[in-house]
Write a protein that binds this ligand. Structure first.
Ligand code: VG1
Ligand code: CO
Length: 541
């Protein structure tokens, strides 16, 4: 096999967003497009000679093609070894687990997460650092800068490898090891949670449904829930990963995980329901006729963490993204541990986890996780809930409502306006940025302050600006506005609404009702209808 040096010219817009570079498949399929980005990664991460890289993806359309290219480029650029999940499959948390366990020089994860897959849908790529987490901004910016100047890339002229055959193969000087995508991850989960207690619960008749949404978690969930924990066959729904996710939208929320929601509704429904997304890092938690808001899920798990063997010693701190509700902060205060508020995106939790300042982290966008890896972890959250349910022997609804009674409820909702005109979206954000609202009264609320959230990392001092417009009221209620950094079409406006409700008599109210006045304040402030033409959000969570 010979190394080819291929002349190329830059593509504009190879800038990683909230979680890597995400584009339509047709964009990635252009000659040199993927190669340019991968070479830009290899040129930006330091000396790779003799090192090991992990590669895998969520199995979506173009996954295998991209992996073959990356393997040949890794060989041509001097990696000694690449570890690939069998069939090219690795969930995002499993990739993080393997990077850490085998102390590799990071990994490349191929995913567009919750975005649909297929020839006309989305693809994505990101580099994770040796600690196992998404590359921090300094690195993603270096990759982008490199992509704008690139003139050539290196690739081995060789035949494709068999990604389905376990064991070692060779690509020139480089070893390619195809390994079991599930085993290391399942072992890690077993070390953190009380599998005996969960197994006993299933044996005693506890029932759940897990919706893998035809995405990457199918094989992980079947192995862990059905094989290791003894849940009945059929507990995992849509468990076979498909290149187009069965035509669905692998986003675990009330809109897209409708099969699961239907299965959890009514008297005969199972005790517990959960779903994960395209790449396995998100989770949605349901009880029978009960939905757990992700912010509450983080708070409840943190309050109950010591019931899980891996967290028996307690938590060092809790971190949440800025738009996530303050429910976890209340738990941190009670526990006497720090509560951290970071910008949106898991990459901002890495330094806190590495420094031992936080143990649990979460985002309102169905992301929950801990210091066991450096990504959010869908099945981890499911197992944490199973562990808590098995020990407390109460229903999901009982546990959450008791939590609200104890701490008060941070009533919360997110409204997404998807696919709006990009210029209109930018104009809307500029308008919000220009407002000075301090001291003004809006409906029943007085504005304490408004700003564009800026973050200084408490560990490495790096500064991230323009992370979302906050309008914070004197009673702690908030509305927050951001533009999505993961979409591939037009712009998506996210509006986050939160109000604290201490009165237990009002905890049962539908958040859309309880938040109605703040929702209309947010609409008016941002002039949503006038600027976007939209009267209603496309997705409410
Ligand atoms: C969204 C979520 C964010 C999450 C990111 C990646 O980003 O809001 O909380 O970290 O997706 O999740 P944005 O910029 O679209 O709001 V995943 O599961 O797509 O890797
Ligand atoms: Co994801």
């Amino acid at each position: 096999a010979t190394v080819k040096t291929v002349a190329t010219t830059p593509f504009s817009g190879q800038k990683p967003g909230t979680s890597g570079l995400r584009k339509k498949v047709a964009v990635f399929a252009q000659a040199h497009y993927l190669e340019n980005f991968v070479q830009s990664v290899f040129d930006s991460i330091g000396d790779i000679a003799g090192k090991t890289l992990v590669v895998g993806g969520d199995g979506r359309y173009h996954n295998r093609t991209a992996i073959q290219t990356i393997l040949k480029m890794a060989a041509a650029n001097g990696f000694a070894k690449v570890m690939v999940g069998r069939g090219g499959i690795l969930s995002t948390p499993a990739a993080s687990c393997v990077i850490r366990k085998y102390q590799t020089f990071g990994g490349i994860i191929l995913s567009a997460s919750h975005n649909p897959g297929g020839p006309t849908e989305d693809f994505g790529i990101k580099y994770n650092i040796p600690a196992g987490g998404p590359a921090p901004e300094a690195i993603t910016e270096a990759i982008f800068a490199r992509s704008e100047k690139i003139t050539q890339y290196r690739i081995l002229d060789a035949a494709d490898l068999d990604l389905d055959r376990l064991g070692e193969q060779h690509l020139g000087e480089m070893v390619v090891e195809v390994f079991d995508s599930v085993a290391d991850y399942a072992e890690l989960m077993q070390s953190l949670f009380d599998f005996d207690a969960i197994r006993a619960a299933f044996k005693a008749g506890f029932r759940m449904k897990f919706d893998a949404m035809h995405a990457v978690t199918g094989p992980y969930a079947v192995e862990i829930l059905e094989h290791r924990l003894g849940a009945p066959a059929g507990t995992v729904m849509n468990g076979v990963p498909l290149e187009d996710f069965g035509g669905g939208h692998p986003d675990p929320n009330l809109v897209h995980a409708h099969d699961l929601v239907a299965a959890l509704t009514g008297a005969g429904a199972p005790d517990f329901g959960a779903a994960s997304d395209g790449d396995g890092d998100r989770n949605m938690i349901l009880g029978r006729d009960f939905y757990v808001t992700p912010s509450d899920s983080l708070a409840v798990l943190a309050a109950n963490a010591t019931l899980c063997p891996g967290y028996k010693a307690g938590l060092k701190g809790i971190a949440r993204s800025m738009p996530t509700s303050a429910a976890p902060d209340r738990v941190a205060a009670r526990l006497g541990i720090p509560a951290w508020e970071t910008p949106t995106g898991w990459k901002f939790f890495g330094t806190l986890l590495d420094a031992g300042k936080a143990t649990f982290c979460g985002e309102e966008s169905f992301g929950t996780g801990s210091d066991h890896v450096r990504e959010k972890d869908g099945l981890w959250a499911v197992l944490a809930w199973l562990n808590v349910l098995a020990v407390r022997k109460q229903s999901v609804a009982e546990i959450v409502t008791a939590h609200w009674q104890d701490y008060g409820r941070n009533v919360y909702s997110r409204h997404d306006y998807e696919g709006i005109d990009s210029a209109a979206a930018e104009g809307l954000m500029e308008h919000l940025r220009s407002l000075s609202l301090k001291g003004q009264t809006l409906g029943a609320y007085r504005v304490a302050f408004n700003d564009d959230f800026a973050y200084t990392d408490p560990v490495d001092g790096s500064v991230s600006k323009k992370q979302g417009i906050r309008v914070v009221f004197e009673d702690g209620s908030r509305v927050v506005f951001r533009l999505s950094g993961t979409g591939t079409e037009g712009a998506t406006l996210r509006v986050y609404i939160e109000r604290y409700e201490p009165d237990a008599a009002k905890h049962h109210l539908d958040p859309q009702v309880a938040l109605a006045d703040l929702i209309s304040i947010a609409r008016d402030l941002a002039q949503i209808e006038a600027r976007t033409g939209r009267t209603e959000p496309t997705v409410i969570t």
